[in-house]
Design a protein around this ligand. Structure first.
Ligand code: ATP
Ligand code: MG
Length: 183
């Protein structure tokens, strides 16, 4: 599954609409302290369905909305869209009728999050499942946070095992088994 574009509006420090073109291969984000590198990575996780505020370095989910700075007032909404090349039809059945998938998550103060795939409203779970099997989900080892290499080296073997399971792409199976048990 290849991401090729990320669009942020009102997400954390990205108050104005910002488009990021993601090329094939390894992408590194560099820049001075506080310029928004970690915020970008968080936007990627967030649009894929991340629901833990702590993973977004916030106390509540609404903390991802631009909170205002200097003369710029706070926003009421944050929105992130990720564009995915689906020409190899890796998406699960039901969302597999298009060569390109645009996944959007929008959060509105006091109204929570809404998700869309190619303009059609879907559940958070649909988006999480879309990415769970592609080993690109919000917990994916393909997204390397600041300090994470050190954590991997210092991790206990069980924690390291979980990271390797993610890398092997089998953690999606656990999520599906969990779904099956719940049904
Ligand atoms: P470092 O190199 O120190 O890790 P970084 O490039 O990763 O820096 P980020 O942590 O992504 O930087 O960005 C931090 C900036 O984002 C801070 O200036 C902070 O005020 C701003 N920021 C975070 N959340 C919000 C928000 N909700 N509204 C406005 N600005 C925000
Ligand atoms: Mg950072």
């Amino acid at each position: 599954m290849q991401f090729d574009r990320l669009r942020l509006t009102g997400f954390k420090s990205f108050v104005d609409t910002t488009d990021l073109i993601i090329l094939q291969g390894l992408t590194g984000v560099v820049g001075p302290n506080g310029c928004g590198k970690s915020n970008l990575l968080e936007a990627l996780r967030w649009v894929m369905g991340e629901n833990r505020p702590t993973a977004m370095r916030g106390a509540g989910m609404e903390d991802v909305i631009f909170a205002g700075s200097g003369r710029r007032p706070a926003r009421a909404q944050a929105e992130v869209t990720i564009s995915v090349d689906n020409s190899d039809r890796v998406a699960p059945a039901g969302m597999n009728d298009a060569d390109r998938l645009e996944i959007t998550r929008r959060i509105t103060r006091d109204a929570g999050s809404a998700y869309r795939i190619n303009g059609r409203e879907v559940r958070a779970r649909d988006v999480q499942m879309l990415f769970a099997d592609a080993s690109t989900g919000s917990h994916s080892p393909a997204l390397v946070r600041q300090g994470q290499i050190g954590e991997l080296i210092n991790a206990r073997s069980q924690a390291r095992g979980r990271i390797l399971e993610e890398a092997a792409g089998i953690s999606g199976l656990y999520q599906r088994r969990h779904e099956a048990v719940l049904k």
